[in-house]
Design a protein around this ligand. Structure first.
Ligand SMILES: C[S@@+](CC[C@H](N)C(=O)[O-])C[C@H]1O[C@@H](n2cnc3c(N)ncnc32)[C@H](O)[C@@H]1O
Length: 284
């Protein structure tokens, strides 16, 4: 990411979530009714660019994927009884405005993101007149240069609170060193705290559409200045979180995700083998 330039992949991810609810029949996997609003009028150009680069059918599947990971993460958050929610690499996530009930119920939400991306989002939020809350905090951090614990300290994070961290669609753009430093930071959280992360699965393990999407995505991401840096096998992902002091709590396969979220759909939507979810917990 260039200084002063927000993350283009964050705009693409929010556009994809918005397109899912705009272009698919119900039931939607996830209803991000603010996705396109936060991106602004640029979502139309992004849609055109992605259709040209990926093809219409692959964009449709990618939109499904973006919606599925948000669904997976927010479902886990909703059953955990957490005190704090930290979105790492928040991008244009809209949880705090979609779920004012969660904040009113006492949940503190920390949006952590690269300073350039966050500055753009804050300006956009101001422009839209979206409400602010003292339970909704913004924490600028570059994971490649600063550790998460220092940044959270600055923002008034409570290390004694049970916390849910999400880290969706970010790890592929980081070095293993930055990923590890961030995981070690959050492993200091209160026992029972959790992180759900999505990682890019090693390309030899991708199937059909996942592999085609990966080949095209690597080019797109490089062109927007956010090159893909890291992919992991499931064994490597588990070893990574364990050596950072976390336990593996859930690590669903593509088939698990299909059975859980796609069973009984009357359309042809399915998950792809491209990114995989992993939930890790701070041991008690
Ligand atoms: C593909 S977007 C995903 C955004 C969001 N999590 C979602 O699912 O819509 C990648 C995000 O990672 C953030 N990011 C990339 N490199 C980063 C870094 N070195 N430090 C902090 N954030 C970074 C970007 O600013 C962007 O918000």
């Amino acid at each position: 990411m260039e200084a002063g330039e927000p993350s283009r992949t964050a705009m693409m991810a929010a556009t994809a979530r918005g397109l899912h609810r705009l272009e698919e029949a119900r039931p939607w996997l996830f209803d991000d009714f603010l996705g396109l609003v936060l991106v602004g009028p640029a979502w139309r150009d992004i849609r055109t660019e992605l259709t040209a680069a990926l093809s219409e059918p692959i964009l449709r599947i990618v939109s499904t994927m973006s919606a599925t990971r948000a669904r997976y993460s927010e479902e886990r958050l909703s059953v955990g009884g957490f005190d704090q929610y930290v979105l790492l690499g928040a991008g244009l996530d809209s949880f705090a405005w979609r779920r004012p009930d969660a904040l009113a119920g006492g949940l503190r939400v920390f949006e952590v993101d690269h300073p350039a991306s966050q500055a753009w989002k804050l300006a956009r939020v101001e422009e839209l007149g979206l409400p602010s809350s003292d339970r909704h905090l913004f924490v600028p951090v570059d994971f490649e240069v600063e550790t998460l614990d220092l940044a959270l300290d600055r923002a008034g994070f409570d290390w004694s609170g049970r916390t849910f961290f999400s880290w969706l669609g970010v790890q592929p753009y980081l070095t293993v060193e930055a990923t590890e430093a961030t995981l070690r930071s959050l492993a200091k959280s209160h026992p029972g705290s959790e992180i759900v992360l999505s990682y890019l699965i090693a390309p030899p393990l991708m199937e059909d559409i996942g592999r085609t999407f990966h080949e095209r995505w690597v080019d797109i991401a490089a062109k927007v200045g956010e090159p893909v840096q890291t992919a992991l096998t499931p064994e490597e992902a588990e070893a990574l979180v364990r050596r950072c002091g976390l336990d593996v709590a859930e690590h669903p396969t593509r088939d698990d995700v299909e059975a859980r979220f796609f069973a009984g759909r009357s359309d042809d939507l399915v998950p792809i083998t491209f990114e995989q979810f992993l939930v890790a917990a701070v041991p008690g």
